[in-house]
Design a protein around this ligand. Structure first.
Ligand code: GUN
Ligand code: ZN
Length: 437
């Protein structure tokens, strides 16, 4: 049995904070101890109490004065887009057709998919992200590479072979039947293996025929516990074209509703330009709108009304995500920094407690996985990040004038990035600088 005792400043959320002074919404232990056995957190509390509980032989790592948080969670990324990030395009559809679709064609090759998978996990671990929800490419080879590498590192990952059978290059198309068969094969080979979760992944309504949407519906009925991920209402031209392709639907959201694809495990990337009716449907079905702030700014897609959706009479569940490679940063700190600025432009406040809740427990709840990840609660998986708010000279200087935890978190979010990540633990193992190569 492996046993590890971490010492540091612990921070973990019990629920969404209602305000900056809502200290009951989180656990903060100034001199905290975290005992890990066989990849799980078995004891959390003051260092003194946890040390007294731990076996004499326990290995100790002292992370003081740094913060120890649950590993960060990213609820929407594209695994085959690492070499798409920073592509110069006017808007979503131009960006997809010019750069993204040609790049994804390369993932038919096993060796290429395996090489990028290594880089993908190296980069996420450098950024303190321990769980991500990913779109692979249309090729089963890409999903195989994605899940094999996750297993090698014992990471909890959610991913899916993309289903797409129209409006893309030939090398990126399956068919309704092939999309069904290969998704089923990926589920059978990978779901529940290691910590892997397979998601049913019709890319979006533009690239799926009605026949393929029915195939996705059949999968959702056969595997009701699986996540479903797709894109919704990201860009005005996209919305117009989508509604032309499905004229019988009331609006974009109604397309997914008609094919039985909405529900508590459904993650809808972007969901920026929703009508009140559509927001009601998401709230009624428990579907999650995934905010991708750096991508929405980078592609000029729009300003996601996070606060307005969360405080509706019928609140919409919300996740936050990088959306690599439409997104412009792998860092969840930078992602929430941009989310903050978007709320500023909308005349709303996103406070730093709220931001750190979203990166951790909030995203775990969005995935219905808060019983395993996203907190420091006893019995959960020991996926952790250790953060240093004085990691650069400029941060160190600013830290001299900081007195409270929320101020420190806001500094981390505003100036922090991978340099602030001191260590990343996956199921109790230090992994930040362990390259897969
Ligand atoms: N809509 C359909 N595919 C994509 C994609 O790869 N990225 C983004 N941002 N939006 C999409
Ligand atoms: Zn996306």
């Amino acid at each position: 049995m492996t046993c590890l005792l971490l010492r540091g400043r612990l921070l973990s959320f019990h629920r969404a904070p209602e305000s900056l002074t809502d200290t009951a919404s989180y656990l903060y232990e100034e001199d905290g101890g975290l005992l890990i056995e066989d990849g799980r957190i078995v004891k959390v509390g003051t260092y003194r109490d946890v040390k007294a509980f731990a076996p004499d032989t326990v290995e100790e790592v002292d992370h003081r004065p740094h913060l120890i948080l649950p590993g960060l969670i990213d609820t929407h990324v594209h695994f085959p887009q690492m070499q798409v990030i920073a592509s110069y395009a006017a808007n979503l559809l131009e960006w997809l057709n010019t750069y993204t679709f040609p790049e994804e064609c390369r993932f038919v090759e096993t060796a290429h998919a395996a090489r990028i998978a290594t880089h993908f996990y190296d980069e996420f671990l450098r950024q303190g992200t321990t769980t991500a929800v990913a779109y692979c490419s249309v090729h089963k080879t890409s999903a195989d590479a994605f899940f094999a590498e996750a297993m090698r590192r014992n990471m909890l990952m959610v991913g899916g072979k993309v289903m797409m059978d129209r409006n893309a290059p030939q090398g990126l198309l399956d068919t309704a039947q092939l999309g069904y068969d290969e998704t089923r094969a990926v589920i059978e080979e990978w779901h529940g293996k290691g910590r892997n979760h397979v998601a049913i992944t019709p890319r979006f309504a533009i690239t799926s025929t009605p026949e393929q949407m029915s195939a996705a519906q059949a999968l959702a009925q056969e595997f009701p516990d699986l996540h479903i991920q797709t894109h919704l209402s990201e860009n005005h031209d996209e919305i117009r074209y989508t509604c032309e392709l499905y004229p019988e639907a009331t609006d974009y959201t109604d397309i997914y509703a008609r094919y039985g694809l909405l529900g508590k495990k459904t993650l809808l990337g972007h969901a920026i330009h929703l009508s009140e009716r559509e927001a009601d449907v998401l709230a009624d079905t428990g579907s999650v709108a995934v905010h991708c702030p750096t991508s929405n700014l980078f592609l000029g897609s729009g300003l996601f009304p996070l606060k307005a959706l969360a405080r509706r009479q019928k609140p919409v569940r919300i996740g936050v995500a990088t959306d690599i490679g439409g997104g412009s940063s792998y860092s969840m700190l930078k992602t929430l920094d941009e989310a903050y600025k978007i709320q500023q432009l909308l005349g709303e406040r996103l406070n730093p407690l709220d931001s750190f809740y979203h990166m951790t427990r909030g995203n775990a709840e969005a995935l219905s996985l808060a019983d395993r990840i996203g907190t420091l609660e006893e019995g959960t998986d020991a996926d952790l990040v250790v953060l240093d708010a004085a990691a650069t000279p400029a941060m160190k200087l600013r830290m001299e004038t900081i007195n409270t935890l929320p101020e420190e978190l806001f500094l981390l979010q505003t100036l922090g990035d991978d340099r602030s990540v001191v260590e990343t633990y996956v199921a109790g193992r230090a992994m930040k600088n362990v390259s897969g190569e």
